[in-house]
Design a protein around this ligand. Structure first.
Ligand SMILES: N[C@H](CCC[C@H](N)C(=O)O)C(=O)O
Length: 284
């Protein structure tokens, strides 16, 4: 089928965005993978699909596919691209919308200055909600958080915080993100047996109480230049550990994000850019 798409990015985390309201889609995992392939397709970390919502009080439905073809629950950088896309395409005249995802409703808002702030909902903090299998493990309390030991075989053991933003995150503090073993240990953490749905692996360097540097080896996509939900998860973990105070500036390799969180039970707010790179059409 001939498919119209828009290529976008949020702080270097890149997307193919598809209007499934005005196009009939019937694609499977192999086609999502090909679309996201950087040589045989358009190339992207994730594919974002825009659908009408059937829910009262909700404007759109938002489906997210990693470049391995798997459908996932949430994408923070993608939610900013989503609101920029639907506004620019005239699918809405509202700058503030509510969007249904697999893990609940989020609320992106397109600011007058072009920046975008998203209510990402409240983090889920119980291991079973992540999901993380903590059975038989001795957690180490730090502040309101618990650090869990992850055995990585020859690569030793790392202590991680576990947080769900609808999707699963394992966050560790490192001395220097530039020398952190992201390529070596990212895949080991992503596929660790204690994460039955796999996990996004975050490496956070503390700059000061309102600033971190962050790299994320993403589930189903490998290291990306920025990860919105990973930034939310890292800041939530840092605040719970007593290491950070809201708001926090997150310096990713692809750009800057800002996270605000008032504490347990409260929503996490993600702010940052969303850029349209080009429009295209592909036979898929
Ligand atoms: N790889 C993630 C989905 C995309 C998240 C990321 N791109 C973001 O901005 O939140 C997962 O499998 O949960």
């Amino acid at each position: 089928m001939k498919l119209k798409f828009t290529k976008m990015h949020g702080a270097g985390n890149d997307f193919v965005v598809i209007d499934a309201i005005n196009q009939q889609l019937d694609l499977g995992p192999e086609q999502w993978r090909r679309l996201a392939d950087r040589r045989f397709g358009v190339g992207a970390d994730q594919i974002l699909v825009v659908e009408k919502s059937g829910e009262p009080g909700v404007d759109f439905r938002y489906r997210i596919f990693n470049n391995d073809g798997g459908e996932v629950e949430q994408c923070g950088n993608g939610s900013r691209a989503f609101v920029r896309f639907v506004f620019d395409k005239g699918l809405t005249r509202e700058r503030s919308i509510r969007v249904q995802t697999m893990s609940g409703v989020i609320a992106p808002r397109l600011e007058a200055d072009g920046n975008i702030t998203v209510d990402m909902g409240a983090p889920r903090l119980e291991p079973a909600e992540v999901p993380f299998d903590s059975s038989g493990l001795a957690g180490q309390a730090q502040g309101r958080d618990t650090l869990w030991p992850l055995a990585l075989g020859a690569d030793g053991e790392v202590m991680v915080s576990v947080v769900s933003m609808g999707n699963p995150h394992a966050v560790q503090v490192v001395g220097d993100v530039d020398t952190a073993p992201v390529a070596e240990t990212g895949p080991l953490i992503e596929h660790h047996p204690r994460f039955p749905k796999r996990v996004n692996a975050g490496y956070m360097q503390l700059v000061d109480r309102h600033h971190i540097r962050l790299r994320v080896f993403e589930r189903g996509a490998g290291e990306t230049l920025a990860c919105g939900t990973g930034s939310c998860a890292a800041v939530v973990a840092g605040i719970r550990r007593g290491l950070l105070e809201s708001p926090v500036r997150v310096s990713a390799r692809g750009g800057e994000l800002s996270i605000a969180w008032a504490g347990e039970g409260e929503p996490v707010y993600l702010s940052g850019p969303a850029v349209t790179v080009f429009e295209g059409e592909i036979e898929i």
